[in-house]
Write a protein that binds this ligand. Structure first.
Ligand SMILES: NC(=O)c1ccc[n+]([C@@H]2O[C@H](COP(=O)([O-])OP(=O)(O)OC[C@H]3O[C@@H](n4cnc5c(N)ncnc54)[C@H](O)[C@@H]3O)[C@@H](O)[C@H]2O)c1
Ligand SMILES: O=C(O)CC[C@@H](O)C(=O)O
Length: 401
C-alpha cells in the first residue's frame, strides 16, 4: 500500500511500515492547503496526520484513500462526515500520548503555583527576588477538578494523588467504580466542580457540544486565586473570556492550546492571551515527548497492519455505533464457493439490508462455516425457509438483539 505521512512522525514508525512492504511517502511540511494536491498527485491509500487538517476538499482529491490515521488523540481536525460519505475509515491512537499530556499539565500546575517562569526570568537578569517568589500556596490538600475523565484526566489524577491533592471529576459517563478505586470524587455538576476546585484541568475533546464549555459564566464560578490548566483543544475555552478573567487578577492559567493557534510547527503567534502576566503558555507540545511519539508511531503501525492484513480497523471513530441492527441471522453452511452469495440473494429478494456480516470457518479439511448476518428489519419465516432449503445450508437461526 502507498502511505502518505503528512506530519512529523517517529522515524522508527516509517521504518516499520517499510519493513511491512509498504511504500511510505513522508512529507512532514505539508499544510492543510497543500494536502488536496498532494493526495491527488501521490494517490495514497492510507494517510497519516497529526495536526494537519483533513478537509472535505482533501477527501474529494484523495480518490484512492481508504484509511486516515490520526497519529494522536483528538480527531476534530478531520472532516469525519466527508470521510464517512466516501467510506474512508478514520482511526486514532487513544491514550497513547496521555502520560505526556498529564506530565505537561502537572508541569504547568507546579510552575504556576511557585511562579517558576518569572523567578527564572529574573534570575537570568541577575535579580534575586526571594521576597516576591516565596509565596506559593502549595498543592498538598488542595482540590484538583478534572473536566473530563478519560485517558489523560486519569493520568493527571494519578500524579495529583502523589502530591496529596483531593481530586474531583466531571464527565457525562464516569465509571464510578474506577473513580472510587482511584479516590476520585464525582462532582454533581460542572458548576459544582468549578466552584470547589483550587486547580481546574480540562481534558475533553473539542466538538460542537464542548465549544466554549468554559466561558465567562463558568470562569466566574472559580474561586479567587484558582488555576485553570487547559491542554485539551483550542475552542473548549472561550479565550476572550479567559483573557478578561486573568486580566482581572482573579485567576491564573496554564495553557498549551489556543483558539487561534497555528497548525504549523513554526509560525508567528501574536496572542494577547498568551502574553498576559497571569498566563503560562506552551505551544501545543502536550503530546510532544519522545516516549509519546514512539508510542503513537507503534499504534499507527498496528492500525495500518491490521487494516492491510485483516481488513479491520482498530480504534475506528467514524462507524455508526447506533446503527447496529436488531436481528441476527446465524447460518451454518458448507464452506463452498457461492453459498454466501445465495444467502445474500435471498436477503435481497426479501428487501433486507445487511448491517454487519462475518463468516468463520470450522477446523477440518472439508469443513463447515458459520455466517453471522445482522439485520435492521425482521425477516419473515419464508426467508428462513428459503435459506434452509439450500442444499449447502446446515442450519439457520434467527435471534432478536
Ligand atoms: N495538548 C495536546 O498535545 C493533546 C494531546 C492529546 C490529546 N489532547 C486533547 O485532549 C482531549 C482528551 O484526550 P483523552 O485522551 O483524555 O480523551 P478521552 O476520550 O479518553 O477522554 C475524554 C473525556 O471527556 C469527557 N467528555 C466529553 N464531553 C464532555 C463534556 N461536555 N463535559 C465533560 N466531560 C466530557 C468524556 O466523557 C471523557 O471522559 C483530546 O480529545 C484532545 O483534543 C491534547
Ligand atoms: O500531534 C500533536 O502534536 C498534537 C496531538 C494532540 O493534540 C492530540 O490530540 O493527540
Amino acid at each position: 500500500m502507498r502511505i502518505l505521512i503528512a506530519d512529523k512522525f517517529a522515524p522508527r514508525g516509517c521504518e516499520a511500515l517499510r519493513e511491512l512492504g509498504h511504500e511510505v511517502i513522508s512529507e512532514p511540511g505539508l499544510s492543510a492547503g497543500d494536502l488536496p494536491t498532494a493526495l491527488a498527485d501521490r494517490r495514497p491509500e492510507v494517510l497519516v496526520v497529526r495536526s494537519t487538517k483533513v478537509s472535505e476538499e482533501a477527501f474529494a482529491a484523495g480518490g484512492e484513500l481508504a484509511l486516515v490515521v490520526r497519529a494522536g488523540a483528538g480527531v476534530n481536525t478531520i472532516d469525519l462526515e466527508a470521510a464517512s460519505r466516501r467510506g474512508v475509515f478514520v482511526a486514532n491512537c487513544p491514550g497513547k500520548n496521555a502520560i505526556a499530556v498529564a506530565e505537561l499539565a502537572f508541569g504547568l500546575i507546579l510552575a504556576l503555583d511557585r511562579r517558576i517562569c518569572e523567578a527564572n526570568a529574573e534570575l537570568d537578569k541577575g535579580v534575586w527576588n526571594k521576597k516576591a517568589y516565596g509565596k506559593g500556596r502549595g498543592l498538598y490538600g488542595r482540590t484538583l477538578g478534572l473536566v473530563g475523565y478519560g485517558a489523560i484526566a486519569r493520568e493527571v489524577a494519578l500524579r495529583a494523588r502523589a502530591f496529596g491533592m483531593r481530586i474531583t471529576a466531571h464527565a457525562p459517563h464516569i465509571d464510578r467504580d474506577h473513580a472510587e478505586q482511584e479516590k476520585v470524587q464525582v462532582a454533581a455538576s460542572l458548576d459544582e466542580l468549578l466552584a470547589s476546585s483550587d486547580v481546574v484541568s480540562i481534558h475533553v475533546p473539542y466538538r460542537e457540544s464542548t465549544r466554549h464549555l468554559i466561558g465567562a459564566r463558568e470562569l466566574a464560578l472559580m474561586p479567587e486565586g484558582a488555576l485553570l490548566i487547559h491542554t485539551a483543544r483550542g475552542g473548549v475555552v472561550d479565550d476572550r473570556a479567559l483573557a478578561e478573567a486573568v486580566s482581572s487578577g482573579r485567576i491564573r492559567a496554564g495553557l498549551d492550546v489556543y483558539e487561534d493557534e497555528p497548525s504549523k510547527g513554526e509560525a508567528p503567534f501574536d496572542s494577547q492571551l498568551a502574553r498576559l502576566e497571569g498566563v503560562y503558555g506552551t505551544p501545543h507540545i502536550g503530546a510532544s515527548t519522545q516516549q509519546a511519539g514512539e508510542a503513537i508511531a507503534a499504534e499507527t503501525v498496528r492500525i495500518i497492519r491490521e487494516f492491510t492484513e485483516r481488513g479491520s480497523v482498530p480504534n475506528v471513530v467514524n462507524l455508526d455505533a447506533e446503527h447496529t441492527g436488531r436481528f441476527t441471522l446465524v447460518v451454518r453452511h458448507l464452506d463452498r464457493v457461492g453459498v454466501l452469495a445465495k444467502i445474500l440473494a435471498a436477503l435481497r429478494r426479501h428487501q433486507l439490508n445487511v448491517q454487519t456480516m462475518s463468516n468463520v470457518v470450522f477446523k477440518g479439511a472439508d469443513g463447515a462455516a458459520s455466517a453471522t448476518i445482522v439485520l435492521e428489519n425482521e425477516p419473515d419465516a419464508e426467508l428462513l425457509d428459503d435459506i434452509r432449503a439450500h442444499e449447502a445450508v446446515l442450519g439457520a437461526d434467527l435471534r432478536a438483539m
